[in-house]
Ligand binder design. Structure first.
Ligand code: HEC
Ligand code: HEC
Length: 298
């Protein structure tokens, strides 16, 4: 069954790839004018943790230097490698402007106007404010340069054809509801921002359609993992969490300790989400994530 779904996905992405190839590059949405905010390094570093930038762009196990490039993300399309984001001007992003950085992170578009693969979760990051971008940028400017390119992606045809991504970005890219809900608490809204934007929990916990677009009617209902060697990603809807014996407090604690409500530890990619991401969050933010996930409208 699992292989059936993957096969379906691959066939469909081939179709998108070919269609994208044939269609003229569609125009990317206009960049919002970035206000000249002053970035805060501490806030940026914290946000980079919460958002997984450090986890994906650092080869922690291979003892790689911070943000010098990630370990291979093994998917059915091939291996994606998160590139060098250090201040090196040749192999990193040292000579980028903050506007180029904003466009890459919020819109998935490179300085040379080519589209990025959604393995880089910019679909979710479009909810970053100008201040968030300025903070991230300030933090990234402090990262020591590493004068070595991260390895190239190793993708099979047609996934190695970037042109297909123009179509994908325009048709299938996710647009989360990221507005604060006025009738909800501050804690809930902070949790909403962390879950929907920064920590992009939906990226793994929601099913995708045949074109790799997030199924917006089935958010957080669980999915087949995109990563090699992993099977099912569990549902984390309020109902599923309660059925599986979670409480809000257990969940907040698990995001620090990696220990689940049933006493077992998280495995696979979730173990990394915790170890290199949520474990660094302060208690209020972990409580906020749990509060949002337990109280969202299903
Ligand atoms: C799930 C893994 C993952 C996470 C999390 C992630 N990235 Fe990436 N990132 C990638 C991959 C893979 C690419 C390469 C995309 C491509 O080649 O199309 C990339 C590309 C980039 C680029 C373009 C670099 C270049 O040389 O063109 C920037 C900038 C970037 N990421 C910044 C960030 C920031 C900032 C964050 C956190 C807010 C982040 N990334 C989080 C995987 C990730
Ligand atoms: C990179 C993919 C990925 C991301 C991003 C991710 N998860 Fe997970 N999550 C998983 C996988 C895989 C599992 C199954 C882990 C296991 O088998 O131990 C899981 C399991 C869980 C569980 C256990 C559910 C149960 O009943 O067993 C919870 C709760 C959870 N994740 C919450 C979150 C939250 C909150 C976020 C965002 C902060 C998040 N996840 C982001 C992949 C992910």
């Amino acid at each position: 069954m699992a292989s059936m779904t993957r096969w379906g996905l691959s066939v469909a992405v081939v179709a998108v790839g070919v269609a994208g190839w044939l269609s003229l590059p569609l125009l990317a949405p206009p960049a919002s004018e970035l206000q000249a905010e002053t970035g805060n390094v501490g806030r940026g570093a914290y946000l980079a943790r919460a958002s997984g930038c450090i986890a994906c762009h650092t080869d922690v196990e291979g003892k790689g230097k911070p943000l010098a490039g990630g370990p291979p993300l093994k998917t059915p399309f091939g291996d994606f490698i998160a590139p060098n984001l250090t201040t090196d001007s040749e192999y990193g992003i040292g000579n980028w402007t903050v506007e180029q950085f904003a466009r890459a992170v919020r819109q998935g578009i490179a300085p040379d106007d080519s589209p990025y693969y959604p393995a880089f979760p910019y679909e979710f990051y479009r909810g970053f404010s100008d201040q968030d971008i300025a903070d991230l940028w300030a933090a990234f400017r402090t990262v020591p340069a590493v004068s070595e390119a991260a390895p190239a992606h190793n993708l099979s045809f047609p996934f190695n054809q970037r042109q297909g991504l123009y179509l994908w970005q325009n048709r299938f890219s996710y647009n989360a509801d990221i507005n604060s809900d006025d009738d909800r608490s501050e804690l809930y809204n902070r949790g909403k921002y962390l879950v929907e934007v920064a920590a992009h929990c939906a990226a793994c916990h929601s099913p995708r359609n045949l074109f790799g677009g997030l199924e917006t009617t089935a958010l957080y209902q669980g999915a087949e993992s995109m990563f090699e060697g992993e099977n099912q990603v569990p549902a984390i809807t309020p109902q599923a969490l309660k059925q599986n014996g979670w409480t809000e407090a257990d969940l907040a604690y698990a995001l620090k300790s990696g220990v689940k409500a049933d006493g077992d530890v998280f495995g696979g990619s979730m173990a990394e989400v915790v170890k290199d991401g949520t474990a660094f969050l302060n208690k209020k933010d972990r409580d906020a994530i749990a509060n949002y996930l337990f109280n969202r409208d299903d």
